[in-house]
Design a protein around this ligand. Structure first.
Ligand SMILES: C[S@@+](CC[C@H](N)C(=O)[O-])C[C@H]1O[C@@H](n2cnc3c(N)ncnc32)[C@H](O)[C@@H]1O
Length: 395
């Protein structure tokens, strides 16, 4: 007979997690509470990486029951934290003897965000949902508990992650349709769906999603980009391949869908040596630190990437670079703020400042004042004021 104590302990952790999520107001319904109480998160994160920031940068230490102790591991499994499960597109906790570097490429999203999005999606009994970004499978399992496995399809890009998720979901006793593929192509075979939820972000709404969700159905996804601005959009799909919706409150971001990831900047030194115009900047590096200004910067310079450089202990220079058009804007600290040097065919920082000035003139509204309209020919984010400026998402 197996020892029931670990199960009782995990069950107590689940109750505490559900209570905490309810106290934050993000878990709002009895149906999703029942799912949180039922799905054992420990099956989906048998091991994960714990972040630590030091003088040498960020490293990730593997956390597993046999190295950290089962109780410590289980307690961390039930924290309301994102647990990173893969680095650099292929390094898993079991591969590492100690702390390692690398960018997270798969994770179990923090439970409060998972349930918040499920509450925002609000699928009713009998609804069929397509999830993009299976990850560990935890959110897939919550949906299976609520809707039934035959109502859930989930797509994961990464083969190793998809295989691990399949094992965990099956062990937990659920049987959704699991597909290892590029979720940007969606799932023609299972369409039409009532809802689509993405737990990776996109630069633009993939056309396949618009085809595969029923008119009146919803798409819930973060829209982000190469400058890391982000917003959670909830769209209602129209009859004619269009969709419309607003951005929801909160600071929600996800790792970007792999085919939408920024290309390598390569050697940009000659680009920065082009002839440039310099002037005082009205807005400086602070735009990259604040949520809505960063989102606006992203909208105004949708194909740009940001990189910082420093020469011989001098000040950090922040470059916004659009390799495709060969344009750049460099922010240089000055005595009274920043100066900006701009070169190439587009004055990137002029566009960024115009976007931020228009938002300030509208009273600096929150992200929920922005709408997203998607048609077969264009995707446009608009500041929903009488004279609201708008920006086209990149193709
Ligand atoms: C934040 S994780 C998902 C979290 C997950 N829902 C959970 O509860 O564990 C994002 C996942 O999206 C996957 N992903 C990235 N691009 C994708 C794409 N184009 N199609 C499907 N999955 C993708 C990543 O490999 C990663 O596993």
């Amino acid at each position: 007979m197996t020892d029931p104590a670990p199960d009782r302990l995990a069950s107590r952790h689940r109750t505490r997690l559900a209570d905490r999520l309810e106290a934050t107001g993000l878990l709002r319904s009895a149906a999703w509470r029942a799912a949180v109480l039922a799905v054992p998160r420990e099956l989906f994160v048998p091991a994960f990486f714990r972040r630590s920031d030091g003088p040498q940068g960020t490293v990730w230490a593997p956390v597993q029951p046999d190295t950290q102790g089962a109780d410590t591991w289980l307690e961390e499994v039930y924290t309301d934290e994102t647990l990173v499960t893969q680095l650099a597109g292929g390094v898993h906790p079991g591969d590492a003897d100690g702390p390692v570097g690398g960018e997270p490429t798969s994770s179990s999203t923090l439970p409060s965000l998972v349930v918040r999005m499920l509450e925002d999606l609000d699928p009713k009994e009998g609804a069929r949902v397509l999830e993009i970004g299976t990850g560990t499978g935890y959110s897939t399992a919550l949906m299976c508990h609520r809707l039934g496995g035959d109502h859930v399809t989930s797509i994961e890009y990464d083969p190793a992650t998809a295989a691990r998720a399949r094992t965990a979901i099956t062990t937990a006793g659920y049987s959704p349709r699991l597909i290892q593929s590029d979720g940007l192509k969606g799932d023609d075979d299972g369409a039409p769906y009532d809802h689509l939820i993405a737990t990776c972000s996109v630069r633009t709404i993939p056309p396949a999603w618009l085809r595969q969700v029923k008119p009146g159905g919803t798409i819930l996804t973060t829209v982000s980009g190469w400058l890391h601005g982000s917003g959670l959009a909830r769209l209602t799909v129209g009859e004619d391949g269009s969709a419309f919706g607003t951005f929801l409150p909160g600071t929600v971001s996800f790792m970007i869908a792999r085919p939408h990831a920024a290309p390598d900047l390569g050697d940009f030194s000659s680009l920065l040596r082009q002839p440039a115009e310099e002037r005082p900047a009205h807005h400086g590096q602070e735009v990259f630190q604040e949520w809505v200004p960063l989102f606006l910067t992203q909208l105004a310079a949708p194909k740009a990437q940001r990189i910082s450089t420093r020469v011989d202990g001098g000040p950090w220079l922040v470059h916004t670079i659009d390799v495709g058009s060969g344009s750049f804007a460099t922010l240089v600290p000055s005595d009274d703020g920043f100066r900006v040097r701009q070169g190439g065919p587009h004055r990137l920082w002029d566009d960024v400042e115009a976007a931020i000035d228009a938002w300030k003139a509208a009273g600096s509204p929150p992200q929920s004042a922005f709408t997203l309209t998607v048609t077969p020919t264009e995707q446009r984010v608009r500041l929903d004021t009488p004279e609201g400026p708008s920006w086209t998402l990149p193709t």
